[in-house]
Design a binder for this molecule. Sequence first.
Ligand SMILES: Cc1cc2nc3c(=O)[nH]c(=O)nc-3n(C[C@H](O)[C@H](O)[C@H](O)COP(=O)(O)OP(=O)(O)OC[C@H]3O[C@@H](n4cnc5c(N)ncnc54)[C@H](O)[C@@H]3O)c2cc1C
Length: 327
Amino acid sequence: MKINKDYQITNSLRISSHSKYNFLIENNNDCLELYDFIRLQRLPYIVIGEGTNIVAPEYFNGIVIQTSLNTINNDKHLNVGASANWNKLVEFTIKNNIYGFENLSLIPGSVGAAPVQNIGAYGVEISSLIKSVECFDLSNNSFITINANDCNFKYRHSCFKDNPDLLILSVNFFNNLKKEFNLNYDSITSYINENNIDFNNLEHNEVAEIINTIRCSKLPDPNNIPNVGSFFKNPIIDNSRLSEFNNFVSWSVTDNSSKLSAGQLINSIKHLLPSFENVGLYEHHSLVMITNSKASYEEVLDFKNIISKTIFNNYSIHLDVEPTIIT
Ligand SMILES: Cc1cc2nc3c(=O)[nH]c(=O)nc-3n(C[C@H](O)[C@H](O)[C@H](O)COP(=O)(O)OP(=O)(O)OC[C@H]3O[C@@H](n4cnc5c(N)ncnc54)[C@H](O)[C@@H]3O)c2cc1C
């Protein structure tokens, strides 16, 4: 266990941000110490991983909790510590012929954060790979294992989003050794066809390379251009409204509802947005808010509010934010 005071919160929007305390969990016993520390300090707390999906305030008068649990154990199932880097895990699965992770290649962040918003990309969500999640419940000082069926996984949502008391310590994944790929996604099939690639003879690493190439052509690298990936979730509308959006891409969700592309909606109103000094939209993908490393928390939230308001005024659609806004 390590406790630091006046801690700098690293975040991929590069907002200058500090917290009163940082509490680093190095083993399970530290969780019990953390429970006492929280009760002693009587301060709010938040768990963070690599900070690639948060909007961090200038000062958080509370405790930022992090873990340094990064082991990968490949036995009956694959058990991975919360602080392991997600993409390192994807590379591990490819090396060890464990299938299913390749479409989620290059998603930034930690393994512990990945179930929180049920990370997904190119037709795959992490929920399909998870067996169970090992947690410490900060509300009652207990260790619990939550089976995937009880995680309430939905599009960019899980029970962990609703309950910030659940500190994820490790994730148990299925280690599927059967060679099967998920290639049934528009941008993957287009890429394969345009490049005359033989669908039937693809190797594991080649699928990941295809995904990496498509991703890099669309999304900015947060090391060069500060961002948190998609800033808004794709909105889900009732099918009775679909005719209003004939010119937009939509995906069927249920018999009665469909998902619209938030990026396309924002692109259609971006000429109505005022320009801000330190924040803007990524030129190749309007769903991605970018900063020049000088943006403040307020500026990011003001820009977000103007985008939401303009979308609502033009389309009567409410956009939900994807990253966690720390208050
Ligand atoms: C360029 C870019 C591309 C992206 N592409 C995608 C994509 O394709 N698909 C996708 O789904 N996401 C994407 N994201 C979002 C991001 O990669 C994921 O949300 C990732 O899981 C965040 O990991 P993190 O460790 O940085 O989490 P953080 O930003 O540190 O935290 C995110 C949330 O998880 C919670 N949390 C973190 N660790 C724990 C823990 N151990 N226990 C409990 N709660 C925890 C935090 O409280 C917070 O609510 C992208 C982001 C960027 C910058």
